[in-house]
Design a protein around this ligand. Sequence first.
Ligand code: ADP
Length: 349
Amino acid sequence: MTAAPRDILMVLGIPAVLIAPDNRIFAVNAAAEKLLGKNIEGRHFITALRQPSLLDSIEQTQSDGTRRETRYLTNDGQHDITYRVTCGPVPMQGKQGTLVSFEDITPMEQAGQMRRDFVANVSHELRTPLTALLGFIETLQGPARNDANAQDRFLSIMASEAERMNRLVSDLLSLSRVEAEERVRPVDPVDLGAVMQQTRHSLAQLASEAGIELDVYVPDSPVIVPGDADQIRQVLTNLVENAIKYSGRGSFVRLSLGVPDYETRLRGSGVRIEVTDTGQGIDVVHLPRLTERFYRVDSHRSRELGGTGLGLAIVKHIVNRHRGRLLVESQTGKGTTFTVILPMEREED
Ligand code: ADP
């Protein structure tokens, strides 16, 4: 007993098309109909498949019986989709037909693109201070060789450029550590009020130098969550530092902790930590992209203030590791609130 080709193709989850020796489409499965349109059975493959590189591959496989791969690009109305298409010879009707199958490799392509973008971004971020350093070294070896005043000035600029590179490398290392651990949920009991007071302590000087009033509100009774105290401190430090950096003189920054409550977003009980500032705010168009690596609303201002563009990406990964949520609300001219919701229980992942 032999199965009908269509029945065999139907079992496959991926789009597949069988082309007969006479170049007509002999059978297609449901996934292929969805991709290429209905009623293509019986038509010459050229009229149904259209993309030149795919047509070339099918023609070659039809004539030389060799298996080959190509790409098929399409769009589902919202996103570009890339298929890896395999054309393989199939004995048919005493001659040879071609089986064409389509594998969606969009996520792989996207991951590759993200990796390339990341490397390009890191190289660019490092190159700027490095170029400055090389320029100053040349000047110190040449024209400024005997100019003590210029030497002092240049050395202090060089120190701040080297410091920028140092910050970037530390942030990259933090990010890669947090990403590596993201699947392992931290479980140590963390006293959030204590971590918040430590954060206030370590940033008090930065706030007063920036002319900003920094207040902390915590409930009377301790709030303990399962977590990693160092990482939660890093989240709070990054958020409060941003609030101080981007708000401007005379603003208020408030770090507050709510009492544990049912959180719909967690479908369980959780606790909210809010970092609110009365600064310039962030235009709503930027909000969805803020936690992307190297995304800045105003690159010049961020660099001037010593930003690496990685702070919120680190925050996002740490919050994910704690199975929490990060929310941002902002109104231009009025201020911004970042909210971190952390779960109270160590429920099963
Ligand atoms: P950066 O190192 O540039 O501060 P972040 O990832 O911490 O990088 O933040 C990304 C961008 O988000 C910043 O460049 C800034 O434009 C914007 N931003 C973050 N926090 C605030 C805030 N509290 N008020 C205004 N803008 C902010």
